[in-house]
Design a protein around this ligand. Structure first.
Ligand code: SAH
Length: 232
């Protein structure tokens, strides 16, 4: 039986086989190896986070539209970000871009506590309902501009940004703790690269660039505004 934050998920469910195929073909088959990430992806019912019209395609190898012109990311990209973040149970994680709440639910499974910020109120309300209906309780959600982070609960062990940024927002670096890891897609509007920033002792930073990806824009004070990069 499932225990912990996913206790409310009843197995078997009609989408169990599709979800297991997703894990085998799209994730393990493409080199995702982290056992806890694969386990979480095999458990979280992705179909409950998509618009009802898209439920038959919930486990397909693609992103899907959500309300307000936003997206729920492709399963592989979600898994890749989670693997790169190297999350362990004592970690407190800040997520920018709650969106559907799907990645938030996965984070809730991997970390001790999750703090997630979303700028579109209707998305936040829907994701809150979905997370509550699954019995997930170690998540705090907030409406706001995530480029400013969430100062109240900083420092965080991990920060994940699920929207495309022109650069790493200063507040997110500031709110990352010693030895913390930040995962963020950085680039232009058309394509980005996943970047992993690690805070080393003495406020040194190590940056690694990974594969190409395509996210909706991070819109806020320290990112894009109306499709243009802000300079303040
Ligand atoms: N992780 C999400 C993907 C959401 S897409 C999922 O699994 O569904 C990116 C989300 O980032 C969108 O919902 C968008 O509204 C949000 N976003 C964009 N700019 C933001 C900002 N400055 N602060 C918070 N959320 C932001």
């Amino acid at each position: 039986m499932t225990t912990g934050p996913l206790a409310a998920v009843n197995e078997p469910d009609p989408y169990g086989p599709a979800r297991r195929r997703m894990v085998e073909d799209q994730l393990r088959g493409r080199g995702v190896r982290h056992p806890r990430v694969l386990e979480a992806m095999a458990k979280v019912p992705r179909h409950l986070f998509v618009d009802p019209a898209f439920i038959p395609r919930a486990y397909g190898d693609h992103a899907l539209p959500t309300a307000e012109g936003q997206t729920i990311s492709q399963p592989y990209i979600v898994a890749r970000m989670l693997e790169l973040a190297e999350i362990e149970p004592p970690d407190r994680v800040l997520e920018i871009g709650t969106g559907s709440g799907y990645q938030t639910a996965l984070l809730a499974h991997l970390a001790e506590r999750v703090f997630s910020v979303e700028r579109v109120p209707s998305l936040l309300r829907a994701s809150q309902q979905c997370l509550e209906s699954l019995g997930i309780r170690n998540v705090a959600l907030r409406h706001g501009d995530g480029t400013l982070g969430w100062q109240e609960f900083a420092p965080y062990d991990r920060v994940l940004v699920t929207a495309a940024a022109p650069r790493v927002p200063d507040a997110l670096r500031d709110q990352l703790g010693e030895r913390g890891v930040l995962v963020i897609p950085v680039g232009g509007a058309e394509s980005q690269r996943l970047e992993v920033w690690r805070r080393r002792p003495g406020d040194r930073w190590e940056r690694r660039q990974h594969g190409e990806c395509r996210f909706v824009p991070l819109v806020g004070r320290d990112a894009w505004r109306d499709g243009r990069e802000t300079t303040e």
